[in-house]
Design a protein around this ligand. Structure first.
Ligand code: KG4
Ligand code: ZN
Length: 337
């Protein structure tokens, strides 16, 4: 079964054809990232305009690369939540039009479920497994009970890991996205040069909090500026990255041990981070867990992961009609459309 996936939740306009949920036949991505760099973050209005300009060409290219026409496509999977609402609407409206005009079933896909599915196209991961999802908007530990059944075990109380990295990177004067810049310069720094307080989260033992860490970095920079002291940015970046990764891995390890999971999956844009990948490998090796990491090309936003998850949602009967809307927020464990 061939699924055409469409993704437009943030600044990537993407389309891909995936066969039977795992075999990627094409994967096309256009990004407006360079324009957003000028502003130090994604400007929603610019992202929406670029999606509207690019989406038809990107979808056509994905079909062409896969050697397909719409006649070969069994279902259309589209990201409908969560994300920037104007950006999501471009993809959803495009998919609705294409679905109606070609009489192809329409499958709404949750973006974060899509990130998890990046491991179905990268690896032979099969639920059940425990998944750490770390992106610009989410930091979750989720029990993936089946391809379409999820339980949130831990989540961030404030900033997502990627958001904290991006904001800290910006204060350090690094290029957007800060997470990528911090990963790039950290090997030049000493990760033990700065000590940050360990975030304390009351209530759920598996929740995260990153805003205190982020504020701590910002204060370190402001205090040094006021005193006329020079900050070693690679040292600060490496130390901050180490603290963020420690929080993520500690909670993941605790849940895996407590719930006796053997298969551990990591997903989302921050799963490209080299420190996170290395520490996850160390932790999993220590306990004899199997670790699944997405290939780097599927860590960030793409439509192959949406087509993959779309396949499993389609098998589960989750189709929508032309009344489908987009939603800026939506929990991963209880979808509505
Ligand atoms: O999943 P994603 O592409 O978009 C969202 O769904 O949010 O994630 C984007 C986030 C950004 O915060 C970006 O800084 C972060 O992923 N990111 C990284 C790396 N590559 C992307 N963070 C740390 N290290 C990286 N190598
Ligand atoms: Zn994403």
């Amino acid at each position: 079964m061939k699924i055409l996936g469409i993704e437009s939740s943030c600044d990537e306009t993407a389309a891909a054809v995936v066969e039977d949920g795992r075999n990627v036949l094409s994967n096309v991505i256009a990004t407006s990232l360079e324009e957003h760099k000028l502003y130090g973050g994604v400007v929603p209005e610019i992202a929406s305009r670029r999606h509207a300009e690019a989406i038809s060409t990107v979808a056509e290219q994905a079909l062409k690369d896969a050697g397909c026409t719409m006649d070969d496509i069994d279902a259309l999977a589209v990201t409908y939540a969560p994300g920037l609402i104007g950006a999501l609407l471009v993809g959803v409206n495009f998919a609705k039009g294409l679905s109606l005009s070609t009489n192809t079933p329409l499958v709404p896909v949750h973006h974060i479920r899509g990130h998890i599915a990046s491991n179905y196209i990268s690896n032979d991961a099969n639920p059940p497994f425990l998944c750490l999802i770390v992106s610009g908007g989410h930091s979750h530990i989720v029990a993936v009970k089946s391809y379409t059944d999820f339980e949130i075990i831990g989540k961030t109380r404030d900033d997502a890991a990627g958001e904290a990295l991006d904001k800290a990177g910006r204060t350090m004067g690094l290029e957007y996205p800060g997470g990528v810049s911090i990963d790039r310069i950290s090997p030049q720094g000493d990760e033990n040069a700065y000590q940050f307080p360990k975030p304390k989260v009351t209530g759920s033992p598996y929740d995260f909090s990153f805003s205190g860490l982020k504020t701590s970095v910002i204060n370190t920079i402001h205090n040094a500026n006021q005193k006329g002291e020079k900050i070693n940015i690679p040292d600060l970046a490496a130390s901050f990255q180490k603290s963020v990764v420690e929080c993520l891995i500690n909670n993941l390890e605790a849940v895996a041990l407590e719930r006796k999971y053997k298969n551990i999956v990591i997903a989302g844009g921050v799963s490209a981070n080299s420190k996170l990948r290395a520490e996850a490998e160390k932790m999993c090796k220590k306990h004899g867990f199997n670790l699944f990491l997405p290939q780097l090309k599927y860590c960030g936003d793409n439509a192959a992961m949406i087509a993959s998850q779309g396949y499993f949602e389609f098998l589960d009967g989750k189709t929508a009609d032309e009344s489908l809307n987009a939603y800026a927020t939506m929990p991963i464990d209880s979808l509505s459309f």
